[in-house]
Design a binder for this molecule. Sequence first.
Ligand SMILES: Cc1cc2nc3c(=O)[nH]c(=O)nc-3n(C[C@H](O)[C@H](O)[C@H](O)COP(=O)(O)OP(=O)(O)OC[C@H]3O[C@@H](n4cnc5c(N)ncnc54)[C@H](O)[C@@H]3O)c2cc1C
Length: 504
Amino acid sequence: MGEHAVLVVGGGPTGMMLAGELALAGVDAAIVERRASQDLPGSRAGGLHARTIEVLDQRGIADRFLAEGQVAQVAGFARVPFDISDFPTRHPYGLGLWQSHIERILAGWVDELAVPVHREREVTGFAQDDDGVDVCLSDGQSLRAEYLVGCDGGRSLVRKQAGIEFPGWDATTSALIAEAETTEEPELGTRQDARGLHGLGRVEYEIRDGEVVFADHGPVRVMVTEEHVGSRSEPTLRDLSEALIGVYGTDYGIHSPTWISRFTDMTRQAATYRRARVLLAGDAAHVHSPVGGQGLNTGVQDAVNLGWKLAQVVRGVAPDSLLDTYHDERHPVAARVLRTTMAQVALMRPGDARLDALRDTVSDLLSMDEPRARYAAMMSGLDIHYDLGEGHPLLGRRMPDLDLVTVDGPLRTYTLLHEARPVLLDLGETGSVDAGAWADRVRLVRGRYAGAWELPVLGNVAAPAAVLVRPDGHVAWVGDGTDAGLEEALTRWCGPATSARRRP
Ligand SMILES: Cc1cc2nc3c(=O)[nH]c(=O)nc-3n(C[C@H](O)[C@H](O)[C@H](O)COP(=O)(O)OP(=O)(O)OC[C@H]3O[C@@H](n4cnc5c(N)ncnc54)[C@H](O)[C@@H]3O)c2cc1C
């Protein structure tokens, strides 16, 4: 029986990000993935929001994604577009990049970190005891791990086997999505009718002056809302053709599909993200309509919240209770995503003059600066605030990527996070803070920063004298010139000073 400290079930975006985080922290993690390779038959998610780009920047890999995608203003709410170019971030935009490319780039990173991937094997069951989890694979083999994380998508076997409830709402709308060739030139762009929203575009596109410009030729990406909800059969080319004819009066001679799938607005969230040694992340923990492009982004950020916590628990430096903060912090984030996607689906529902009026009203509201800023910060993930108690506005929020001056020269805050270790940043005059007994776990950096401390939506906040930044980039403690509260924060997030480490 093979053994790993952590077994990640599913090598989609969430599983890959999590495995990378664990590997960076020196933890023996492996992925079990049923797919033979990272290739995705279809393009699926359309890109990344600003906070996810920041998160990747914190690990030094954002450039890999930026080099391949289309930087654009992608955030929006119920088709009201937002411009976040005025936001205080190094990435005041989103990135158009198909999930197939996102996964390929993440897989390359995970490969560099030497994470073993057990491919073409499916987890078929598991049993947990006080010390670990025995995991059964489809090839008859088994693996044992201290912790098991289900990153196995919306139909998660891990969630079901762990007996975790998945309450929520059934679908009210359903759409076919496909990539195929056409013999006739299709009507590119979106169309709204009594059935709902439809869209045709080429898989290859560029963004020029903020506008999507499709390639002249190549496969077409089809999204067509179905007349009825609830079909359980695998969609076929015939279904696609009929749906197109129903909306456009022609199927444009559609043929040679490489991918036909269906998505709905089913909205559900795991009641708990943890059952003892089994955890859930990504679509395994939350599913909802793709409107607003939140799913992949939320999953990747789940992984970044969980990775360093699980690593510290596995390495024996922090108590197992640290893992409960994963649910406490991330469940509300996805609950909000569920709420906003449901609101958007409702607003975009066709065929009622009253809904048209409501849509216009919301659109008016969102054109005002403060509502725009609040909603844009929410949709781009830049406003995420974990409840770490009362205090300075930075507490629980993302650390801005500042240009610091240190004894070693200029340095960006996010560069300090590349190793996924906690950072104690001393910005005071006197060097009054110290990592003390945590010096082996926390990187102390003394530097200067003369600029403004500006947060999205909140604006300028008082400059702190020191900050403790968690590996996920969230601020865990803010110093006022003394070290009051620092030991407590270090104990809470980095484990007790005296804890015996099980592993080096
Ligand atoms: C049409 C569409 C458009 C979308 N657009 C966006 C967007 O613009 N932005 C956005 O953020 N999100 C978007 N999403 C959502 C996004 O695709 C998902 O949220 C994302 O793929 C979730 O990643 P994941 O890793 O959690 O799960 P998945 O991508 O589902 O990965 C799960 C992995 O687990 C593997 N697996 C499953 N069961 C087992 C098992 N028992 N054993 C071993 N392996 C297993 C699967 O093969 C798969 O590789 C969109 C989704 C759709 C359908």
